[in-house]
Design a protein around this ligand. Structure first.
Ligand code: ATP
Length: 713
């Protein structure tokens, strides 16, 4: 009996096929599981026929309905896997099939597809232009090196005609996938050795023979990043029934390498720019850890309740709602976990108060003690130095390093600060209250005393955690193999936390990975957003050195983001309504549109205006309400964890972003001032990078200083 596999190109359009066509696909595919090869060839309904003048002689089409055909790659080497590569209207299917050529990459050994006809047509034109180009993109890389990296004869000819990155992108949809990625890495300035390590070695099977094996079944088995083999009738049924989520099946090799490594000696760090699939990698790691079948429990944490709800939903999807496995995972925020630990020991433990109450208390402290410090300064000193280093008495505070704080404090002034801190803590105690970080400190003590509760902890959005929260996680799991895996992006730090992970017992040296391919946004959105951060340096996630956005790229292309300055807020919301209407007219569903602002107040105005224009809206506070159908309005903070086909970021005016109240004056503390400014910049970056296809940034009056001046509108 033949076997059946699906290429990712098939899934790209499957979800948008109409019901009868999908039913046709199911019926046709079922035949591949029920009939022998000879019977398949003879089946009248399926009508498996070769494609005349196809560049790939293995190309076949099959009948799906009267007007729709499936395109199938049929083995001609005695192997038995048939690969469904596309489903298209009749004529398009033939045009598509004629031009495509499938081949095994000589380096990665995986199956790739190219548009061989277009490549042959375009290359001579580029060669002509290349003759007068001052420089060629790959001039410094020898033919031998390119061949070792898997570049074959036809692609090599095209490569030698490429003058710059723009031309490479123009070839992108024509080139075989692995070869394209090799070229993109080289174009970003990575050395051939790095490219071999990050692109070739991660795909190439460990036991690959010296000479490539060409039989289709073997090559397909080497292509897990793009091809899924069907394991049986039930598997087929499930695959075609559920809405298809590519991330569940087709991991990028760099994601797979991180998620499915059998075991790590200790903590692992996974960083990457926005939309590079860090959360996806974290979820697959949890699946891998649960697959060990040793009953061990996993704690999966993230930063907010809304993000935790998203993780819960997606993990259930990844694990096919297997309750036995899901029961072994606790998904929560660090604060909620810490609180459960503390309450488990003492049901009447003090309740944490919010930021506003804390500010009021600091105000009280300053008044009562008549100190030469402001409440903002004291609150920050408490957060970054005292809680950051877990200082419990005056002597430790007197001896502590105040790295990262921008003002010097001699012993006399430190004593005064300590007095204020003692009073603050006493006032809280008297009210039977504490802070969230206070709960964390208590939870870490209890966990250290009573022993860890988990074998594995997986941390998403790790960039935003405070040292007190890290102490909870460190104490929740015994140090050892596969204890901690953390994913995050320091460019998306939107809460005021600074850590040096090594000093907290989370040493990831030698176990750090980086994801570089953005699956969410177009290259145009990514490049524009990256310019928001261009003027600043961003500290690495582990607190050692700096991080950079260099080398990130997207697989998608689209229109450049639009920037719009308006004379008044009224004009801005009117223009917004106009834009939203246009997106909807272009086929974007209201729920696929996100509108985002720094303040709720701005969103209120936008909501009123959109509603008056007859556009349905949903306010997102925390989680998106189930079944919500309308344009989604969220603050920049609430945008984390969301993504939309189209995003409008509004109210990005000079007086709003950065938000002056959140910025410590440079005279109070110059370093804190810089940190606050960076946080506001990152917040805008996060908001903009939630957009998949379209991004529009607007303001009224003067534009925010963060908007790149020369950014093409
Ligand atoms: N291998 C994959 N194949 C297809 N889609 C993917 C893949 N990996 C991730 N995605 C999709 O890309 C988008 C971003 O993924 P994810 O949220 O995991 O990225 P992230 O790095 O955690 O993003 P951010 O840091 O911006 O929150 C999601 O829509 C996800 O489904």
């Amino acid at each position: 009996m033949p076997r059946l596999a699906f290429a990712n190109s098939f899934w790209d359009g499957y979800d948008s096929l109409e019901k009868p066509i999908r039913a046709g696909v199911r019926k046709a595919m079922a035949k591949f599981q029920a009939l022998t090869v000879a019977e398949l060839n003879a089946d009248k309904g399926l009508h498996l026929e070769s494609v005349e003048q196809a560049r790939d002689p293995r190309m076949r089409t099959i009948r799906i309905t009267d007007f729709w055909r499936g395109v199938v790659l049929a083995p001609d080497d005695g192997s038995d896997v048939f690969l469904l590569v596309n489903v298209l209207p009749h004529d398009d299917a033939y045009t598509w099939a004629t031009k495509r050529l499938y081949s095994a990459n000589t380096a990665t050994r995986a199956l790739e597809v190219r548009n061989a006809v277009a490549l042959d047509e375009l290359t001579p034109l580029y060669e002509e232009a290349a003759r007068t180009a001052p420089e060629l993109l790959f001039a410094k890389v020898s033919d031998g090196t390119l061949r070792e990296l898997g570049i074959d004869h036809q692609v090599l000819r095209a490569v030698r005609s490429i003058a710059d990155k723009v031309q490479l992108e123009a070839f992108a949809t024509l080139l075989p996938e692995d070869q394209l990625e090799v070229l993109q890495y080289l174009a970003e300035g990575f050395s051939p050795e790095e490219v071999y390590r990050d692109v070739v070695a991660v795909r190439r099977p460990a036991d690959a023979p010296a000479e490539p094996v060409e039989d289709l079944a073997t090559v397909i088995a080497n292509s897990t990043a793009r091809i899924r083999l069907v394991t049986g009738p039930q598997d087929l049924e499930e695959m075609l029934e559920q809405p298809f989520a590519a991330w569940r099946v087709f991991l990028h090799p760099s994601q797979r390498r991180v998620a499915y490594r059998t075991s790590y000696g200790g903590p692992v760090q996974v960083t990457g720019g926005p939309g590079t699939g860090k959360t996806v990698a974290a979820l697959h790691r949890v699946k891998h850890l649960l697959g060990r079948d040793d009953g061990s429990r996993v704690l999966l944490t993230t930063f907010t309740n809304a993000l935790a709800a998203g993780l819960r939903e997606n993990l259930a999807l990844l694990l096919d709602s297997d309750q036995d496995l899901l029961k072994r995972v606790d998904i929560t925020t660090v604060d909620a976990y810490a609180s459960s630990v503390v309450r488990g020991h003492d049901a009447g433990a003090p309740q944490p108060v919010g930021d506003r109450e804390q500010r009021q208390l600091w105000g009280n402290v300053v008044k009562r003690l008549a100190l030469p410090f402001g409440e903002q300064f004291l609150a920050q000193e408490y957060r970054h130095v005292v809680l950051g280093q877990n200082l419990r008495d005056l002597d430790s505070y007197l001896a502590a390093s105040r790295r990262g704080r921008g003002t010097a404090l001699g012993p006399w002034r430190r004593k005064l600060v300590w007095e204020a801190i003692e009073l603050f803590e006493r006032l809280l105690r008297e009210r039977g209250e504490t802070t969230h970080l206070g709960v964390c400190a208590r939870a870490a003590d209890l966990l250290r005393e009573h022993g860890p509760a988990y074998r594995h902890v997986v941390v998403d959005e790790a960039q935003d955690l405070h040292p007190a929260q890290w102490r909870v996680l460190r104490a929740a799991v015994a140090a050892g193999p596969d204890d901690l895996l953390l994913t995050g992006d320091p460019h998306q730090r939107i809460y005021d936390s600074r850590v040096t992970l090594g000093s907290l017992g989370v040493q990831t040296t030698g176990r750090s990975f980086r994801l570089r391919v953005n699956y969410r946004s177009t290259e145009e959105i990514l490049a524009w957003s990256a310019r928001l951060l261009a003027p600043v340096t961003v500290e690495a996630m582990d607190g050692e050195g700096n991080d950079s956005l260099a080398g990130y790229r997207s697989l998608l292309h689209g229109r450049r983001p639009e920037t719009v300055g308006c004379a008044s807020q009224q004009e801005e919301v009117s223009a917004l309504a106009e834009q939203v209407r246009e997106w909807i007219a272009d086929g974007v569903a209201p729920a696929e549109i996100g509108v985002c602002a720094r303040f709720n107040l701005t969103l209120d105005k936008a909501a009123d205006h959109l509603k008056a224009a007859g556009i349905p809206v949903v306010r997102v506070k925390g989680q998106i309400p189930p079944g919500a159908d309308g344009v989604q309005l969220a603050t920049m903070h609430a945008m984390k964890g969301l993504e939309f086909r189209a995003v409008a970021v509004i109210g990005v005016s000079a007086s709003v972003v950065p938000f002056a109240r959140e910025i410590t004056p440079a005279e109070v503390d110059p370093l804190q001032h810089e940190a606050d400014m960076l946080r506001e910049r990152c917040l805008l970056f996060v908001a903009c990078t939630r957009a998949r296809e379209a991004l529009r940034v607007s303001w009224s009056g003067e534009a925010s200083a963060f908007i790149p001046v020369t950014a093409g509108a």
